[in-house]
Design a protein around this ligand. Structure first.
Ligand code: MOS
Length: 746
């Protein structure tokens, strides 16, 4: 069969196909499903970082109005918690938190009781009546307290990397920098809260859940409860932002299912904003040492990158923080180390650009310091060390257009027109600074399945258990399907977010378009083959007997490639054969190309800042992100995605930090008033996003690299570099709070 697609939809900036449903309220999120006889659950959470429940008194809560039941470790069912083997790729190593299975408490915020009531208000009221006393135990509540005894992540997680002899090369390097970078805990803060509705029907369980992976949600709960996966259905058609926070199945999902079974009726458990800071994950706290050695001409001779990150005391969550240092620049000598410190907190988890955003911050900040030590333009330093092949994997790139990103970004910000001397530029009484950094994110792909159904009315439905947390998956997949089927996008409907659909991989790591899109394309071609078989065998069809590779699908028609007058409407063919629909299901999986090429999206971020010399406030005046990410399926939505990532990067650079109280072992600013995500006033009016042309024949059948994660990478170091240019001050702790910039705090 011919592979011709006419590209009428892919590449076009069409508006979101799910936009009308979202703005009219027709889109239903997990909390909004109308389940009859619904009861409400509310959590009682531990107030100590480590200890044992000594006394738990639920009598007053049980007697409170509307209360149906109170569950705690004494009356909760013992759940088997079968271990998934292998554990899901979104789960860290270790033992997941077992809720209400015993009196031990490992962090502040651990659920110690659940109140089930007729209404949410009655449930919340009764939680205040539950009395809990603890025998406290010593707790690790500061990274520094555990730093003396960090451990390696478990096998299979990012291993220490080395090539050459980095420490020896560093010792003899003509120019060196050797610095520590500090980054606080950061929280996802998606608009939609985490929530689960659980309903049992005999042995069968339905979960309406906020999740980035319905199939894994089902598998996790099946293991926790020791029940067949076939008895569980997970439904999640819309997700209101997640950025990694809904990759895993968190303990509250188990609690919702447990509560519904205990109450004998459906239960909704919605985490409050405050509870989400301790009930789902977060970007871990890190301290990073980067040491660089270079020749006087700027060529790197040594990279040492050592990371210490926090994890919980029950799981080892590890990230690929050091990977960029191993592959981003050509350098013969490298040594990396990644160590974990268990702290009495809930487990961290991936957050947009996981590991990479953190590692690139330190590496690129150090590169900026090296450029200064060399008296070299920071952009020239990057160009001098451009890696023409992947020095880590020893493979050619599937494609790499980083130099074009540098050129495009530099031109748009006016890089070469600036005065490079730190502290030399001023405007309106503010110090002006320019900075830049490289961005990178691996291009992954996983096996996916999809079904394509073509109906006699000329429409089609595409089905896959994918998710769309906001990046535009509904739309981009519709575009891919429309072209593959030769239909207008308005005639194609994409159905996702349900375990009854063909299996899809996790909606994370920027893999969805590549993975699900490739499966959708395969399913569309499979359904075309079926339609062709019908036409070829039909003497009444103008395509009778025609070779498959001479037929093109376009505009709802099957057409002879050499003689466009020969053809017919797909709908007519189906009608003639009395077929209501024709469908096909197909898989798509990565292949040999994965071991032949190194696959990454690249980008360059340029920032212009205004720094108030008296107050130390930093305002981002302009931000340019230039990305090479293969084929851009929808430039409008891709730009929107990058605006989100750049904004998240501004938060990482300037505003976001979990304020941690080591005495109490808790986050003090667990709310959106005090945990500062960037607002409109923090973001320049025009975030400038550019995509450079890049054709990649290797990554996947679509030629598209993911763009979600990379847009959050490189932003913080670009802003840091700009603040140095503006002020001459070298800051190494994020975020760049006014007191730090003004020189009043580290
Ligand atoms: Mo990705 S960490 O799921 O934003």
């Amino acid at each position: 069969m011919t592979d011709i697609t006419l590209d009428v939809a892919v590449g076009r900036p069409i508006v979101r196909v799910d936009g009308p449903a979202k703005v009219t309220g027709a889109a239903r999120y997990a909390a909004e499903f109308d389940v009859p006889d619904l009861a409400h659950a509310a959590l009682v959470q531990s107030t100590v970082p480590h200890g044992r429940i000594r006394r738990l008194d639920t009598a007053a809560a049980e007697a409170a109005p509307g209360v149906i039941a109170v569950l705690d470790h004494r009356n909760a069912p013992r759940l088997p918690y079968h271990v998934m083997s292998p554990r899901a790729p979104v789960d860290p190593a270790g033992e997941q938190l077992r809720v209400l299975q015993g009196p031990e408490v490992l962090f502040v915020g651990q659920p110690v009781a659940v109140v089930i009531a007729r209404s949410l208000e009655e449930a919340v009221h009764a939680t205040a009546l539950v009395q809990v006393e603890y025998d406290e135990r010593p707790a690790v509540t500061r990274l520094a307290d555990g730093v003396g005894d960090p451990h390696e992540p478990p096998a299979g997680k990012p291993a220490d990397l080395s090539r050459g002899d980095a420490d020896a090369a560093l010792a003899v390097a003509e120019v060196t920098v050797d610095t520590l970078y500090d980054q606080p805990v950061a929280f996802h803060c998606a608009i939609e809260p985490h929530v689960t509705i659980a309903a049992w029907d005999g042995p069968r369980l339905t979960l309406w859940d906020k999740t980035q992976w319905v199939d894994n949600d089902r598998a996790e709960i099946a293991h926790v409860f020791g029940m067949p996966e076939a008895d569980i259905r997970v439904i999640s058609p819309f997700v209101g932002g997640a950025f990694g926070s809904a990759l895993r199945t968190w303990p509250h999902v188990t609690l919702a299912a447990m509560a519904a079974r205990h109450a004998g009726r459906p239960v909704r458990l919605e985490l409050t904003r405050r509870q989400q800071f301790v009930s789902t994950g977060y970007r871990p706290r890190t301290v990073q040492r980067v040491a660089l050695g270079a020749r006087a001409d700027g060529r790197l001779t040594a990279i040492v990158h050592e990371v210490v990150a926090n994890t919980s005391v029950y799981e080892d969550y590890a990230e690929t923080t050091v990977e960029p240092s191993a592959m981003l620049y050509a350098c013969p000598n490298l040594r990396t180390a990644y160590r974990l410190v268990p702290v009495n907190v809930n487990s961290p988890c991936p957050m947009r650009g996981p590991g990479v955003a953190t590692g690139v911050y330190a590496l690129e900040a150090a590169m900026d310091e090296l450029a200064e030590a060399l008296d070299m333009d920071p952009l020239d330093l990057r160009l001098a060390n451009h890696a023409d092949a992947d020095p880590n994997k020893g493979l050619p790139w599937s494609s790499k257009s980083l130099k074009a990103c540098y050129r495009t970004g530099a031109a748009r910000i006016g890089w070469h027109a600036r005065d490079p001397v730190p502290g030399s530029m001023e405007a309106d009484g503010m110090r002006v600074g320019y900075g830049m950094a490289t961005a990178v994110y691996p291009t992954h792909r996983a096996k996916a399945s999809a079904q394509a159904i073509v109906f006699a009315d000329g429409t089609a439905e595409i089905r896959s258990a994918a998710s769309d947390m906001g990046p535009g998956t509904y739309t981009s997949i519709t575009q891919v399907a429309a072209d593959a089927l030769g239909l207008d996008t308005g005639r194609v409907r994409f159905v996702l977010g349900d375990t009854d659909l063909p299996r899809a991989p996790v909606h994370g790591g920027s893999i969805t378009l590549a993975s699900v899109g490739s499966a959708v394309r395969a399913a569309a071609f499979a359904v075309r083959a079926r339609l062709l078989a019908v036409a070829r065998g039909d003497p009444a069809s103008p395509l009778h007997g025609l070779n498959a590779d001479r037929v093109v699908f376009a505009d709802g028609r099957m057409i002879h490639a050499d003689d466009p007058s020969r053809g017919e409407r797909v709908a007519d063919l189906l009608a003639r054969h009395g077929l209501g629909s024709v469908d096909a299901t197909a898989d798509a999986a990565p292949g040999a190309e994965q071991t032949q090429f190194s696959m990454y999206a690249f980008g360059a971020v340029f920032a212009e800042v205004r720094v108030d010399p008296d107050f130390g406030t930093v305002r981002v005046a302009r931000l340019v992100g230039a990305y090479a990410a293969g084929r851009i399926v929808n430039p409008l939505i891709a730009r929107s995605q990058c605006i989100g990532g750049l904004t998240m990067g501004i938060g990482m650079a300037l505003t976001e930090q979990g304020d941690w109280d080591p005495r109490l072992g808790r986050v003090m600013n667990a709310n959106l008033a005090e945990y500062l995500v960037p607002v409109h006033a923090d973001v320049p009016p025009d975030l400038d996003v550019a995509f450079v042309d890049e054709a990649d024949p290797h990554v996947n059948p679509l030629g598209s690299k993911g763009i979600a994660e990379i847009a959050a990478v490189g932003v913080a170091p670009a802003i840091l570099s700009a603040v140095h240019h503006a002020t001459g001050r070298r800051l190494r702790s994020l975020p760049l709070l006014p007191e730090r910039v003004a020189g009043l705090a580290r």
